[in-house]
Design a protein around this ligand. Structure first.
Ligand SMILES: [Zn+2]
Ligand SMILES: [Zn+2]
Length: 446
């Protein structure tokens, strides 16, 4: 037997790893079983974190990297990137530990903040006030002597439990070496929590360096932020996008890429293309239904449909469709006659959009508009009388000088016909207050 393979034999007791056990916790179990002061002491018996021979005899391979133990350290491996591991402190569910005394691998993930089996937050601090560290002699005991199984834990929020359950399920699949799907699913989930958490829990611009995730309370804030969005998908995501767009500087407010900056770049980054596909799909719906700024035709990142179907049409295009001049349509928007937005930019230009549905209705509607002369012909009255009826608001135009600034009064044919039917029924008292007015339906259409 050569020297290398003899190394593990220098330990008197060789515990076997449990399915889904965290490597860092396993080392502590090994050192405790051999009566050593801390896992660090395993160095003296020749244990090397990165040496496969060291691990022979452990049965299955425990999961996760090993940090902070010198030559015992080993990298995260290719199951999950090291950014998703957080081992500076030891987190645990006291109830799980009392049921089965080994360290669950998923507790080592930075976004594991709760235990879905027991509905409580994970604990990373002892009742003595000290953070739980890996430098200790016993797996289930703090350096102060407190039994970790007796630590009290607060109950966890619905959002934290929802994501914790997802992490637990995905990590169980990920630990199976043969399952590439499980590995991909866990990575994607962690990426989504990272991105949404960073943008909801505060400063999205610092998302690349989410700080202090080893602190369970900090990680909890991120997870709950992401949970609020993911638990009410996609409405809460739309609200998040609305919030970001409201904060945008006025001179940027019309440009999608400028408004959604970091979030937009992340969602469309090729590196996490699959992780963010649900986000992009929802973003696409958001652009169609809620975004009032421009959608550039050259934006190749969006589905062609969302450019075609985008709810908001620039006023210049809409006016062309209507056969109007743009200022008239802008006045109609400002008068609240059609849904739209008029933005005056610092450059002096005006960006304005009108809602596609209102525009289509207006187009259909105005095919059946008649002018004052048409009204006179239909009602068999003179022009002077017709004008008086307009002043008295018996005849209500849908377009005209004081409505949208157009020079010609327009009326709906159906309204005039209804009024005519009333007149021809024999009662010619147009001044009568009980008359149906020539614009019975309340409509936003000019
Ligand atoms: Zn538990
Ligand atoms: Zn303690």
């Amino acid at each position: 037997m050569d020297l290398m393979s003899a190394i593990p034999n220098r330990l008197l007791v060789r515990p076997r790893a449990v399915e889904g056990e965290l490597a860092q916790g396993f080392l502590l179990r090994v050192s405790e079983a051999n009566g050593l002061a801390s896992p660090r002491s395993l160095i003296s018996v020749g244990w090397r974190g990165n040496d496969p021979l060291t691990w022979t005899g452990c049965g299955i391979m425990p999961m996760g990297p090993i940090n902070g133990l010198g030559s015992l350290n080993r990298p995260a491996g290719n199951r999950l990137p090291s950014r998703f591991w957080s081992l500076r402190r030891a987190r645990c569910c006291p109830v799980c530990l009392s049921e089965s005394p080994f360290w669950r691998a998923h507790w080592g993930l930075c976004f594991s903040v709760a235990c879905s089996h027991h509905g409580i937050k994970l604990v990373d601090r002892c009742s003595c006030g000290k953070e739980l560290r890996w430098h200790r002699s016993q797996l289930l005991t703090c350096t102060c002597g407190e039994d970790l199984r007796c630590l009290s834990a607060e109950s966890a929020s619905a959002e934290a439990l929802h994501l914790t359950r997802a992490i637990e399920v995905a990590s169980a699949a990920c630990w199976e070496e043969t399952s590439n799907e499980g590995k991909k699913e866990l990575c994607d989930l962690m990426h989504r929590i990272w991105l949404l958490g960073a943008h909801t829990a505060g400063n999205g611009a610092k998302r690349k360096k989410l700080g202090n995730l080893h602190d369970c309370a900090q990680a909890l804030a991120i997870v709950e932020g992401a949970g609020r969005v993911l638990c009410q998908w996609p409405d809460a995501f739309f609200d998040l996008l609305d919030g970001i767009s409201m904060k945008a500087a006025p001179h940027k407010a019309n440009r999608m890429v400028a408004v959604f900056g970091a979030l937009y770049q992340d969602m469309f980054s090729e590196a996490q293309w699959y992780a963010y596909s649900t986000l992009r799909d929802a973003f696409d719906i958001y652009v169609r239904t809620r975004w009032t700024g421009q959608v550039a035709k050259r934006n190749r990142r969006l589905d062609d449909g969302s450019i075609e179907e985008h709810c908001w049409v620039p006023v210049t295009c809409a006016a062309r469709e209507l056969g109007w001049r743009s200022p008239r349509l802008r006045r109609a928007i400002e008068a609240g006659l059609v849904r739209g937005h008029v933005r005056h930019l610092p450059s002096g230009r005006t960006m304005s959009v009108v809602h596609r549905i209102d525009l289509d209705r207006l187009k259909l509607d105005q095919m059946d508009w008649i002018d004052l002369l048409g009204v006179c012909r239909l009602l068999k009255i003179g022009k002077v009388r017709a004008k008086r009826l307009v002043q008295e608001k018996v005849l209500r135009p849908v377009a005209g000088p004081v409505i949208d600034g157009s020079s010609v009064w327009r009326f709906r044919r159906v309204d005039i016909e209804a009024l005519g039917a009333f007149l021809f029924s024999g009662d010619d008292q147009l001044e009568n207050a009980s008359l149906p007015t020539a614009r019975g339906t309340k409509s936003a259409t000019p």
